[in-house]
Design a binder for this molecule. Structure first.
Ligand SMILES: Nc1ncnc2c1ncn2[C@@H]1O[C@H](COP(=O)(O)OP(=O)(O)OP(=O)(O)O)[C@@H](O)[C@H]1O
Ligand SMILES: [Mg+2]
Length: 395
């Protein structure tokens, strides 16, 4: 038995977790030398390690193998020690591995989806870019109003790139001690630069505020300057995503550091339709009903569509005799902060007004026969009500 073979084997295994040609060559040499010296059990053990590593390399997606980041950085594992704030020991980051990241891209309009896929494609095919001496965009700022799926998107992009996410933890980074926030940011970036990862800076505005904000003191300037240097240091080391819903607060110099600046808008009516259909599963709704729901929440976010879907599910299960309009009126009543105030007033005023506003909305072309059951009426009673309304308008 070779002395300390367990340690030798552990060293080989950890080297092979990120194999390069040189590492494989040296471990093969070691294996051959054990074989020649008659240590066949140890030689066999190394042969097994080499073949497992080869099999893993073949199974892992080609994008991972080809990643230039992969060749110079270490792999993050569940045992990797996270950087912490020295005063409070709070971790500065949290790691998300592939299996913990969203399977599906959030739903967006086609042009946005196309833009996002092109960013990912650069990473998947970056060897082609290298051939012409180019590198993929290495940073992306995602901004837009709350609840539009920005965090979800950032995590999904990381999943597609195929490497773990290092998500900055603001409560760990921000410190009330002078100079500590800057030091924490430096340590976080040093960690991200060492490992093969996507660095995700969610709620980014908290640390990237304008340096000339009169309400802030010198510490903010220091923090932003550190952040600028850190963002520069990350070039060529891995992908960095900043996410914010207060883009106006970001320092202009920070804006410039991001290769890609992507605004995520509130969902269009087509996207909202698809989102509601998805969120409402397994319940099924007619097309006209979904269209009505989209009308009610137009201009709101994807997160709001999710909230409404939970609301509808609860209401439909608990109160089987209710109709869609009554549920939406209750939603309007109790969600004043979410809803467009004009639509909300229309919904809560009178059924006559509500029906005529819906029928007059040219973007939706609702039909009387579709609206009637939603208001709990027959088609003829709805038609009579409209005739009455028209009569009264003439007077
Ligand atoms: N376009 C969308 N497609 C699919 N899901 C969406 C979409 N928009 C929002 N969601 C869902 O809404 C919830 C909130 O999304 P997320 O946290 O990503 O929003 P955000 O833009 O980061 O919000 P904030 O700015 O408040 O942090 C998530 O469950 C997300 O899946
Ligand atoms: Mg978010």
């Amino acid at each position: 038995m070779v002395k300390n073979f367990n340690i030798i084997k552990a060293l080989c295994r950890s080297a092979l977790s990120n194999p390069s040609d040189a590492i494989i060559h040296q471990i093969t040499r070691l294996r051959d030398s054990f074989e020649n010296d008659g240590y066949s059990k140890e030689a066999k053990s190394l042969t097994n390690l080499l073949s497992t590593s080869k099999a893993n390399a073949e199974m892992s997606p080609s994008r991972l193998e080809k990643s230039f980041v992969n060749k110079i950085a270490e792999e993050i594992t569940a045992k990797t020690v996270l950087p912490v704030d020295k005063e409070t020991s709070t971790p500065l980051a949290e790691i998300f591995f592939n299996s913990e990241l969203p399977e599906r891209m959030p739903l967006f309009d086609e042009n946005i989806q196309y833009g996002i896929k092109s960013v990912i494609n650069e990473w998947i095919q970056f060897d082609k870019l290298l051939e012409i001496d180019a590198t993929p965009a290495s940073s992306c700022l995602i901004y837009g109003v709350p609840g539009t799926g920005k965090t979800h998107l950032a995590k999904w992009i990381s999943k597609e790139i195929g490497i773990p996410v290092v998500l900055a933890r603001l409560e760990g980074l921000m410190s009330s001690f002078l100079g500590t926030t800057s030091r924490n940011i430096g340590n976080l970036f040093a960690f991200a630069n060492r490992y093969n990862c996507v660095l995700l800076l969610d709620e980014f505005d908290a640390i990237a505020k304008l340096r000339n904000d009169p309400n802030e003191v010198g510490e903010v300037k220091r923090v932003v300057n550190t952040l600028l240097q850190c963002l520069d240091s990350r070039r060529g080391k891995g992908f960095t995503i900043g996410v914010t819903n207060h883009q106006g607060l970001l320092d202009p110099a920070i804006w410039r550091r991001f290769d890609i600046q992507m605004e995520i808008p509130v969902p269009s009516s087509d996207v909202m339709f698809a989102l509601l259909k998805n969120f409402l599963k397994p319940l099924e709704f007619k097309e006209s009903e979904l269209k009505f729901l989209v009308w009610c929440i137009e201009g709101m976010s994807g997160a709001d569509a999710q909230t409404l879907s939970h609301w509808l599910k609860r209401a439909l299960v608990l109160d089987k005799d209710t109709n869609l309009v009554s549920i939406m009126k209750r939603f309007a009543l109790l969600n004043s902060g979410r809803m467009d105030s004009i639509k909300r007033n229309t919904m809560l005023h009178s059924d006559e007004d509500f029906i005529s506003t819906l029928l007059n909305d040219k973007n939706y072309s609702f039909k009387q026969k579709d609206l009637a059951p939603m208001f709990g009426m027959t088609a003829s009673s709805l038609s009579k009500q409209i005739s009455k309304l028209k009569e009264s308008e003439k007077i």
